[in-house]
Design a protein around this ligand. Structure first.
Ligand code: ADP
Ligand code: ASP
Ligand code: MG
Length: 254
C-alpha cells in the first residue's frame, strides 16, 4: 500500500461541482488501495478577492491581520472538500495548518516552515480515513496564523509528504503537467514527461510559475518525487524525480 499526498490548486476547486469532482478523485485513489492525505488551496480567486477587500479598507493593512484573513480561504475549501468526501460515503477530516502541525517563523506573508509534526493527520490515516490539510498556512511560535507566500500550498504539500514519509506528492492543477512554456500563452508548448529538480528550478527562475520555487527546493532537499498532473483528465503528467530514480516505482501513475 502506498501513501500519497495529493495537492489540489485553486483552479481545481473553483466551485462546488469541482469540489465534488475532486472528492471523487480522492476516493478513487483510496479505493485503489492507497492512503491519501490531501492539501488544498483556496477556491478559485478567493485569495485575490480577500486581498482586494483588505486593500479597500486600508492600503497598508497590518501584516498579522492580513495573514489571519488569508488563511480563511483555505479553511473554506478544506471543510467543503471534507464534506464532499463524506457525502460520497468516505470519512474525511479537515485540519488547519496549525492542527496539521505546521510551525513557521514570524515572517507574515512569506513565512518559512520550521517544522511539520502532522500527528493528527497520521492518526486519521492510521484509522483508514482521508485527511485534508489547509495549504499555504502554519502558525508562528506565538500561535498566530502565518502564510507561506503566494502559491505556497505547493510547499505545504511537499512538506507534509516529507513529514509523513509519503511515496509521492501529486500536484493537481489545470494543465497536463509541466510544459516547455506556459501552454496557455504558447500553444505549441510540449508537455515534459520527466524533468529534474534542477531544470524545474531553472524554469521557475525564468518566470515560469507552474510550481512554487520553495516547493521544488524542499522536494529536492528531501528527494521527494513529484507528479504534476491535471485534475481535469487522467492523462499522464510530469514526473520530477531524484537522479537515478525509476519512474516505474512511483505509485498511481494513471
Ligand atoms: P493552481 O491553481 O493549480 O495552483 P496555478 O495557476 O498556480 O494553478 O498554476 C498552473 C498554471 O501555470 C497553468 O494554468 C499555466 O497557465 C501556468 N504555467 C506557467 N508556466 C507553465 C509551464 N511551463 N508548464 C505548465 N504550466 C505553466
Ligand atoms: N491560496 C494561496 C494563493 O492563492 C495559496 C495557493 O494557492 O497555493 O496564493
Ligand atoms: Mg499554484
Amino acid at each position: 500500500m502506498a501513501l500519497i499526498v495529493q495537492k489540489y490548486g485553486g483552479s481545481s476547486v473553483a466551485d462546488t461541482d469541482s469540489i465534488k469532482r475532486v472528492a471523487k478523485r480522492i476516493i478513487d485513489t483510496k479505493k485503489k488501495g492507497n492512503d491519501v492525505a490531501v492539501v488544498v488551496s483556496a477556491m478559485g480567486d478567493t485569495t485575490d478577492d480577500l486581498i482586494d477587500q483588505a486593500l479597500d479598507i486600508d492600503s497598508k493593512p497590518p501584516e498579522r491581520e492580513m495573514d489571519m484573513l488569508m488563511t480563511a480561504g483555505e479553511r473554506i475549501s478544506m471543510s467543503l472538500l471534507a464534506m464532499a468526501i463524506h457525502a460520497q460515503g468516505v470519512r474525511a477530516h479537515s485540519f488547519t495548518g496549525q492542527q496539521a502541525g505546521f510551525l513557521t517563523d514570524a515572517r507574515y506573508g512569506a513565512a518559512h516552515i520550521r517544522s511539520v509534526k502532522p500527528k493528527r493527520v497520521a492518526e486519521v490515516l492510521e484509522q483508514g480515513d482521508v485527511a485534508i490539510v489547509a495549504g499555504f498556512q502554519g502558525i508562528n511560535t506565538k500561535g498566530d496564523p502565518t502564510t507561506l507566500g503566494r502559491g505556497g500550498s505547493d510547499t505545504s504539500a511537499v512538506a507534509l509528504a516529507v513529514a509523513l514519509g509519503a511515496d509521492v506528492c501529486e500536484i493537481y492543477t489545470d494543465v497536463d503537467g509541466v510544459f516547455t512554456a506556459d501552454p496557455r500563452i504558447v500553444p505549441t508548448a510540449r508537455r515534459i514527461p520527466a524533468i529534474s529538480y534542477e531544470a524545474i528550478l531553472e524554469m521557475a527562475a525564468c518566470g515560469s510559475k507552474v510550481l512554487a520555487l520553495r516547493c521544488v527546493e524542499y522536494a529536492e532537499r528531501f528527494k521527494m518525487p513529484l507528479h504534476v498532473r491535471s485534475s481535469f483528465s487522467h492523462r499522464p503528467g510530469t514526473l520530477v524525480l531524484p537522479e537515478g530514480a525509476d519512474p516505474r516505482s512511483i505509485p498511481n501513475l494513471n
